[in-house]
Design a protein around this ligand. Structure first.
Ligand code: PHE
Length: 458
């Protein structure tokens, strides 16, 4: 074992950091609009099933790989398999970290910028979504604005990772996560007490199965990976700083619970307000940056709520982006023996360079497209729809078919002894899910994402 490798100071520190990674733009920006576009409650129902039967088993597996090996994804696979093929699967995770960061920091930068827009009161000029749309376009067309806020957000991310696992990530999560919970609950109460809120609640609770297609199921599964930070080693890396005495089973349940409940609360807060002010719930990716500013102008206290909302979104994004950067940094610190601070400065800079084309995809290089997608879209598509499910597939195959359950159980039992003694069925159920359900279902999703199923079933 490496000397002086950092560890979380407390179990709650790990839970908050890992749920901070999970809770991000995925919960507050993506989840509500995907649910909005895909039948509301029906989508949510399918998504919850995906979380339970694939998300939870893979999350347990990822944390287990990290805690057992106390390594970054490349080192973890190498240590357990001694094979360069598996090490390169870990390497794909490090690569995915860069790719996700490259578009994530741009959207997070908008969110940061929108805190200032909210403070300036400019939203009061919008009474229709069209004017909010024009404003959004003006901002994202402005190279200085978009690159500036992307860089500012990246610097915040770097500062936290630079300070280290305990002093940076753990301490930051312990401050930011409670703040995030409080703001979100305030926003939910506001939404629920607006006249007409019940239509928003109904939208989230009454399933409309007409809108559900095969594509919906795939979307739900892909989103389950993204929202739980699975498939690229973020949870593995965070698990690698965990003490052997902490239970992986109970920690994973808590992380999943927090991630899911936050997505649902965000959905309630957003849709109650959207319906109460008579706006359209299926605006797509613009729901947050176009629809909500209009919603805020139509509610009492909208000025304060708009500032709180974009603060919430920025905090959520920050606790996730630090986990993305940490995967890259852990790799260079563990494998290449770099100093953490040097690694952060250099790879923060590299991240900026890969994020730059994402930011410029909205202005200077808007017309540079590949199959109709610009750089930003490609980065998002490649990471969320291909690399993460691919990573998840290999993680479950590795655990179930390569590592061997006799060894897996020895490791999993640490910290969860009473579960093994009293409720062994839970462990056996996990075994079935990670061995069969997860790999088969993910494989099908991957095939369909690559368009192969369409060809076969045409
Ligand atoms: N889970 C984060 C979110 O929901 C995104 C993320 C994906 C973070 C993969 C780390 C790794 O926003």
């Amino acid at each position: 074992m490496q000397k002086n490798r950092e560890q979380w100071n407390s179990k709650i520190g790990f839970i908050l950091a890992a749920s901070g990674s999970a809770i991000g733009l995925g919960n507050i920006w993506k989840f509500p609009y995907i649910a909005g576009e895909n039948g509301g409650a029906a989508f949510i129902f399918i998504y919850l099933i995906c979380i339970a039967i694939i998300g939870l088993p893979v999350l347990i597996g990822e944390i287990l790989l990290g805690r057992t090996t106390q390594r970054n994804p490349v080192g973890a696979f190498r240590k357990l398999s001694n094979s360069s093929f598996w090490a390169s699967i870990g390497g794909l995770g490090v690569l995915a970290g860069f790719i996700i960061l490259s578009f994530y920091t741009v959207v997070a930068g908008w969110s940061l910028g929108y805190i200032f827009e909210a403070i300036s009161g400019v939203f009061y000029d919008f009474n229709k979504i069209e004017s909010a749309g024009i404003h959004f376009q003006t901002l994202t067309n402005n190279v200085t604005w978009i690159v500036g806020f992307t860089a500012a957000f990246l610097l915040l991310t770097m500062a936290i990772v630079y300070a280290g696992v305990q002093k940076g990530i753990e301490r930051g999560s312990k401050i930011m996560m409670p703040l995030l919970f409080v703001i979100l609950i305030i926003l939910m109460i506001k939404g629920l007490t607006m006249p007409g809120a019940e239509k928003g609640v109904a939208f989230l609770l009454e399933p409309n199965w007409d809108n559900v297609t095969g594509e919906t199921v795939l979307l739900a599964l892909g989103h389950a990976f993204f929202t739980l930070s699975l498939g690229m080693g973020a949870m593995m890396t965070y698990g690698s700083y965990m003490k052997q005495s902490n239970s992986i089973m109970s920690s994973s349940l808590q992380i999943i619970f927090l991630d899911t409940i936050i997505a649902l609360i965000a959905g309630v807060a957003i849709f109650t307000a959207v319906f109460a002010t008579g706006q359209n719930p299926s605006e797509g990716p613009g729901l947050i940056f176009l629809t909500l500013p209009v919603v805020f102008t139509k509610m009492t206290g909208g000025y304060i709520f708009s500032i709180l909302f974009f603060l919430l979104l920025s905090i959520a994004a920050l606790t996730s982006s630090i986990s993305l950067l940490e995967v890259v940094i852990a790799y260079f610190v563990d494998e290449k023996k770099w100093d953490r601070k040097k690694a952060v400065l250099i790879f923060g800079g590299v991240t900026f360079l890969v994020a730059l084309p994402s930011a410029l995809s909205f202005n200077l290089i808007k017309d540079v497209t590949f199959f109709g997608l610009n750089y930003f879209d490609i980065a998002d598509y490649l990471a969320s729809n291909i690399l993460l499910p691919f990573g998840g597939l290999f993680i479950s195959i590795f655990i179930a078919w390569i590592w061997g359950f006799d060894k897996v159980f020895i490791e999993l039992k640490k910290g969860s002894e009473s579960l093994f003694e009293k409720h062994i069925w839970v462990i056996n159920a996990w075994k079935v899910f990670i061995k069969y359900f997860a790999p088969v279902l993910i494989f099908l999703v991957l095939l369909s994402k690559l368009g192969i199923l369409d060809v076969i079933f045409k």
